[in-house]
Design a protein. Structure first.
Length: 294
């Protein structure tokens, strides 16, 4: 089932410019909004799923007043210097804006259970429930700009590109460190073979976790943990490894340029392919190609 964000708001003084730009991935929805603001604008917001708000552009000298309770005390936020907020599920927020002429912002909604299953790690309930209202982080801003560019791209790149950027942003905000290994039940031999064969055959498209789980009759959570216990990596990393193996075979054939191989293997572009290749093999595709026997 496709994840749909559940959001309630009562707003005034905003006019949407153009169309909503939306991309959907596995458990993630990214929206980019361009809005013109009246001299005084604002409203009330609450969502049933956690979300990230990132202000990408603002025109106008005004500041924003934020309340987290009706009639509660206000805080003045300088969104120009602190443009990022993590807002937990069911967290109520009131915003009053003065002298904001235009804003572009990214809203990234995610389903915590789906993200936990995909990562084969439980998200910290305390961190999920703790708001982080308006801060700055250059690394997160860079990721948000790339996600926004993908949302507005008339010819979107491979699903794994935008999905990977959005997942990286969530991991960073949630501060997910590599968890200590725990003993997990493993997949039976036939289950592992069926799952890995399916990934090998379909590695160039975005494989949904529910597809793999249904293939061998397990819940998504059980499958994800058992797969990692059996292989040492999560299913999405196994898929990435399969794509890299496919790319290596194309390099050895010597019939295509690295740009063509990157596209054939499902990477966004040659730069993306090179980054992933170097991360996994410690060298670039071009250098690896030169070291192979003729």
């Amino acid at each position: 089932m496709t994840f749909q964000p559940r959001m309630q708001n009562r707003i005034e003084g905003f006019s949407v410019v153009g169309d909503l730009n939306r991309r959907q991935w596995n458990g993630i929805v990214a929206d980019v909004w361009d809005v013109e603001c009246a001299p005084y604008a604002g409203g009330y917001y609450v969502g049933q799923d956690p979300r990230l708000f990132v202000l990408l552009d603002k025109r106008g000298p005004g500041q924003s007043r934020i309340r987290v309770a009706p009639g509660g005390s206000e805080t003045v936020e300088d969104w120009g210097h602190r443009p990022i907020a993590y807002i937990p599920a069911n967290f109520e927020l009131w915003a009053d804006l003065a002298d904001h002429r235009f804003m572009r912002h990214l809203d990234l909604h995610f389903d915590a259970q789906t993200i936990s299953r995909r990562l084969a790690e439980d998200l910290d309930p305390g961190r999920l429930a703790t708001p982080q209202l308006f801060f700055s982080d250059n690394r997160l801003l860079a990721l948000a700009q790339l996600i926004a560019a993908e949302c507005t791209n008339p010819q979107p790149l491979h699903d794994l590109y935008g999905d990977g950027l959005a997942l990286a942003l969530i991991i960073d905000v949630m501060k997910l460190a590599k968890a200590p290994s725990r003993k997990r039940s493993r997949l039976a031999g036939w289950q592992l073979r069926r799952a890995t064969d399916f990934i090998e055959e379909n590695c160039l498209r975005n494989i949904r976790l529910e597809e793999l789980a249904a293939l061998i009759g397990l819940s998504q959570s059980h499958f994800s943990h058992a797969f990692k216990a059996s292989t040492g990596v999560a299913p999405h990393q196994w898929q990435m490894n399969a794509r890299l193996r496919h790319a290596k075979q194309l390099i050895l054939k010597g019939e295509h340029s690295l740009t063509e191989i990157a596209a054939e293997a499902g990477f966004a572009d040659q730069a993306h392919f090179t980054r992933v290749f170097r991360k996994n093999f410690g060298t670039t595709p071009a250098h690896w190609q030169k070291t192979q026997p003729a």
